[in-house]
Design a protein around this ligand. Structure first.
Ligand SMILES: C[S@@+](CC[C@H](N)C(=O)[O-])C[C@H]1O[C@@H](n2cnc3c(N)ncnc32)[C@H](O)[C@@H]1O
Length: 389
């Protein structure tokens, strides 16, 4: 906790006591995107269902620091093991554990338990609670975390959430997708702030090139907001391209192209998006790719990049991404995040003015950068570079 200095720069006396107001403000607003709040509540619940009574607060605090979670939300989740609920959580956890480990429930009468030697009983209950508590924590944590994330989404300012009408329109497109892609798209639409944040930034922009477009959710949001727009969505994973074409059917303003976006011929565009995509390529290829995008932007155009920050302590987003690449869910040549500071320097060296948008990040370790080309700069008429993959 920081103690305020006795005097401010202007010489005005400052109170000697800790700034509780600033502290509370930080607790409320740190890592407060809906996804992070939901995850934090889920982690709190999971720890609250564990058998480490007496250590739960310390474990939860360590996890909150390690994964950069909103501490208040973790603490709220932990309340699952507050005194009135604790006996129920322990009972259900122990029974679930016994069921999973030995295929039957614990005896319901105390005499049967008392008849067991104390060491054996403690051992049995601890491991039952470990297994059952983890299972219970995962189920309750996912459920309550989802509820919390939804509540946080509703509370977020309009710039950071999709409108009800947009949700309905996107929701109506989901049944066109096969099961796994549908669930993935549902979660992304519900909880990833990148779509509303980027769409707000692109208000009035008529052309967008979305490189590494996945299922084309961003393209759908953009066209729903402004039907006069033209979007080209480039994706190299054939399964996702097929999904995107199904998801975006009936929207002739959007072209879905199956190609390596690094080699895609980039005609001048008003805006180019690289959302969660650069890190699949080696640093030298990222460099060339950024250069090509910057050249192809029209004067005044926007290059919007969301990326993992290699220098961030938030290993969670990185862990998810590495897993997604390993499982083949996201196709790429490994995982090569840059430090945000280096990415910003690279964009600036290309003559772009860079702004960081915190609330588009979704998870710790991600950064959303909006880079604008000056109106004085020129753009390439057409740009095609082959063979640097
Ligand atoms: C994490 S997903 C993000 C999708 C989308 N940008 C979004 O935010 O919804 C990254 C996508 O980029 C695609 N991708 C990666 N490298 C690519 C490349 N060189 N060309 C085309 N697509 C690429 C992957 O297949 C994956 O679908």
């Amino acid at each position: 906790m920081k103690i305020r200095p006795a005097r401010s720069a202007g010489g005005r006396a400052r109170p000697w006591y800790p700034d509780f107001h600033a502290l509370w403000d930080r607790v409320l607003h740190e890592h407060a995107s809906p996804l992070r709040v939901g995850f934090a509540v889920g982690v709190g619940v999971l720890v609250g269902c564990s058998p480490f009574l007496g250590f739960q607060v310390a474990i939860a605090a360590l996890l909150a620091i390690a994964f950069q979670l909103n501490k208040l939300a973790v603490f709220l989740g932990l309340q699952i093991s507050a005194p009135p609920l604790l006996p129920l959580v322990l009972f259900v956890g122990a029974q679930l554990g016994e069921l999973v480990r030995h295929g039957h429930l614990l005896p319901m009468n105390l005499d049967a338990l008392r008849a067991m030697p104390t060491r054996e009983l403690v051992h049995l209950l601890f491991f039952d609670l470990l297994a059952g508590g983890t299972l219970l924590g995962l189920v309750l944590g996912t459920t309550l975390g989802t509820v919390a994330a939804r509540m946080a989404t509703r509370r977020a300012s309009p710039e950071f959430r999709l409108s009800r009408d947009e949700m309905v329109q996107l929701g109506a497109r989901l049944p066109a997708l096969p099961f796994q892609l549908r669930q993935y798209a549902r979660w992304k639409i519900l909880f990833d702030p990148v779509y509303p944040v980027v769409a707000s930034r692109l208000k009035g922009v008529r052309e967008t090139l979305d490189l590494g477009a996945g299922l084309g959710i961003m393209a759908a949001v953009l066209v729903h907001r402004d039907p006069e727009r033209r979007v080209v969505a480039v994706e190299w994973d054939e399964r996702k391209v097929a999904g995107a074409r199904q998801f975006l059917s009936g929207l002739p303003q959007i072209d879905v192209v199956c190609a390596d976006a690094r080699l895609f011929p980039v005609a001048p565009f008003e805006s180019i998006l690289l959302l969660d995509v650069l890190h699949y390529s080696e640093p030298f290829a990222q460099d060339a790719w950024l250069g090509r995008c910057a050249s192809a932007l029209r004067p005044g155009g926007l290059l919007i990049v969301r990326e993992h920050d290699a220098s961030s302590r938030g290993a969670l987003a990185e862990g998810f991404e590495r897993l997604a690449v390993k499982l083949g869910w996201n196709r790429g040549h490994g995982f090569h995040p840059l430090r945000t500071i280096d990415l910003v320097h690279r964009l600036e060296s290309l003559g772009l003015n860079v702004e960081t948008i915190n609330n588009g990040a979704a998870m710790a370790g991600l950064t959303l950068l909006v880079a604008r080309k000056s109106f004085a700069a020129g753009s390439l008429p057409c740009f095609l570079v082959q063979g640097d993959s």
